[in-house]
Design a binder for this molecule. Structure first.
Ligand SMILES: [Ca+2]
Ligand SMILES: [Ca+2]
Ligand SMILES: [Ca+2]
Ligand SMILES: [Ca+2]
Length: 294
């Protein structure tokens, strides 16, 4: 009875066409075991299950698309040529190097192989960007105050005056003692959004006498207040160029193949929804960029 029940479970998950044989296929892939390697030109995604007899399912995408940098779902229709799925069983455990090393290991050997004859791979990416600039900014907002192409929530110089936002808020605001960031010229526009912080009609970006794209280190005379915060000093050095910007980026993915048909000779396995899995932190790092000046 127990055996019958077990077979019934397997049969309800997968079924075989053509010859009517029951194909005993575990497909016990843990969703969290999705891994990837490669990059533009050839991306490799794979999920390994060594728990019983070793098996893997893998997807190769030969595409020049730059993946993982934009949120959304991209669709690839399997074609057996450039977008290929393989399901394999092996005579021994396999490791990441089986898919990712330049010289593929000679063992273990593949004992059974199925090729994805058809199906649609759906790669869903969720990207998080954060400038960690001391201001809470809405990641849903398209606000780009300085129109430099970096939205405020990942622009660490929101007004494009070449003074980083974190240096324009004031210690009191950063420590939580002040409710509002500083507004040096009291014009109702906080310094971090004000392109002329001292209201002397010279743009902060231009109050950069030494031209190093950093107005905070330009002082006239013995003053310890930089020129861009001193209304009495109005020297202009026209600089229409942005300093380098940096922000944190993390990218999480989920990979699913819909209507997958796996074929080995006359044997066929179909699966309406094959979850290859998910992976956090496919990208996890810092992006540095010099925005174009508009
Ligand atoms: Ca911006
Ligand atoms: Ca600024
Ligand atoms: Ca102001
Ligand atoms: Ca000024």
């Amino acid at each position: 009875m127990r055996k019958l029940f077990f077979i019934f479970i397997l049969f309800s998950l997968f079924y075989s066409c053509n010859d009517g044989e029951i194909i005993v296929t575990d497909f016990n892939f843990e969703a969290s075991n999705l891994n990837n390697c490669g990059g533009p030109g050839a991306y490799i995604f794979y999920n390994i299950n060594n728990s019983l007899s070793a098996e893997s399912i893998s997807l190769i995408l030969e595409t020049s698309d730059v993946l993982f940098f934009e949120s959304g779902t991209i669709e690839y229709v399997l074609n057996g040529d450039t977008y290929v799925v393989n399901y394999r069983k092996y005579d021994g455990d396999i490791t990441d190097s089986y898919f990712c090393s330049n010289i593929p290991p000679t063992s273990p050997s593949v004992s059974i192989e199925y090729l994805g004859a058809s199906g649609i791979a759906l790669l869903t990416t969720i990207v998080t960007r954060d400038d960690e600039d001391g201001i809470e900014e809405d990641p849903e907002s398209n606000l780009d105050t300085d129109n430099d192409g970096l939205l405020n929530y990942f622009d660490n110089d929101d007004d494009g005056d070449n003074v980083p936002t974190v240096n324009e808020l004031g210690a009191g605001f950063l420590s939580g003692n002040n409710e509002f960031p500083i507004d040096t010229d009291n014009d109702g526009i906080f310094d971090y959004l004000d392109i002329d912080d001292d209201e002397d009609t010279i743009l902060t970006r231009y109050e950069d006498a030494n031209g190093d794209l950093d107005p905070t280190n330009d002082f006239t005379g013995t003053s310890d207040v930089p020129d861009y915060l001193t209304p009495a000093i109005a020297n202009s050095n026209v600089i229409d160029q942005y300093r380098i910007h940096s922000y944190q980026i993390t990218s999480d993915i989920e990979l699913v193949i819909n209507n997958l048909v796996l074929v080995n000779g006359s044997e066929e396995i179909t699966k309406e929804t094959m979850i290859l899995g998910n992976k956090s932190g496919v990208i996890d790092g810092t992006i540095s960029v010099i925005p174009d000046f508009n």
